[in-house]
Design a protein around this ligand. Sequence first.
Ligand code: NAD
Ligand code: APR
Length: 235
Amino acid sequence: MDNIRNIVILTGAGISAESGLRTFRAEDGLWEDHPVEEVATPEGFARDPDLVQRFYDERRAQVIAANPNAAHLALGRLDSAWRRGDLLIVTQNIDDLHERGGAARVLHMHGQALSAWCTACDARHAWQGTLRNRPPCPACGMAALRPDIVWFGEMPYQMERIYRAIAAADLFVSIGTSGAVYPAAGFVQEAARSGARTLELNLEKSLGSRFFDETRLGRASDLVPALVEELLAQP
Ligand code: NAD
Ligand code: APR
């Protein structure tokens, strides 16, 4: 890990698994109980808004009850200490465990469980409670709030900023993501094309494993603290 200045870290559900938040595609994963098209598409929301609001009310309550694990805390440490260049944590996760683990440079490309978005006036509000009771938007008063989550078929947030950071990166690290969902699954190839070293940390080989220079298999709570030590020990 020599001569690294700019780092981009992509995280997925796997980094929060040891905090008790279920991943999506595991055997006991979230999509096993709820077909994706019912709860994570604009069409599903139009068809049965109550079901979708209840699904995300539950996600929100679980996020509030969860705590950051050793992997989130290690990335928080890295974010505070890294001064050799830029660092950006791009997360597909809708939880706030990176922030509570001490990281500040975090971008939520798939939105946030603890945010509500008004489809009438476009305002976003920090949100801890439920949405299934159709509360009024604090800004415009309309009962038009939806979870501030990027559903399938919608555009992930801040893609230009993400691609700019990847183009400037010397190191791209992917942690706890299956590599099944684009555009995040394609970031590794973008990073490799711009000359970054690419490293994957995951419990098992992801779909895109062959695109990485190096894969380390194991639990995020073991692998991430070890990587952070390695990076901070650079001469
Ligand atoms: P998608 O998964 O429907 O589309 C991915 C496309 O890539 C599909 O066409 C699929 O066939 C293809 N593909 C999958 N794996 C591949 C591989 N290994 N090699 C080549 N092709 C492969 O996703 P989408 O419709 O683009 O989703 C839009 C956005 O919404 C995504 O960023 C998604 O993560 C997001 N989203 C967020 C949530 C949430 O709850 N946070 C839920 C659903 C969707
Ligand atoms: N340590 C490291 N990796 C782990 C751990 C762990 N303790 N537990 C699970 N994993 C790995 C799994 O092996 C799997 O490859 O994390 C990955 C989680 O994959 P998914 O459940 O598919 O989650 P993710 O890749 O984040 O999903 C991407 O898809 O459904 C959409 O928008 C949703 O943001 C989500 C996106």
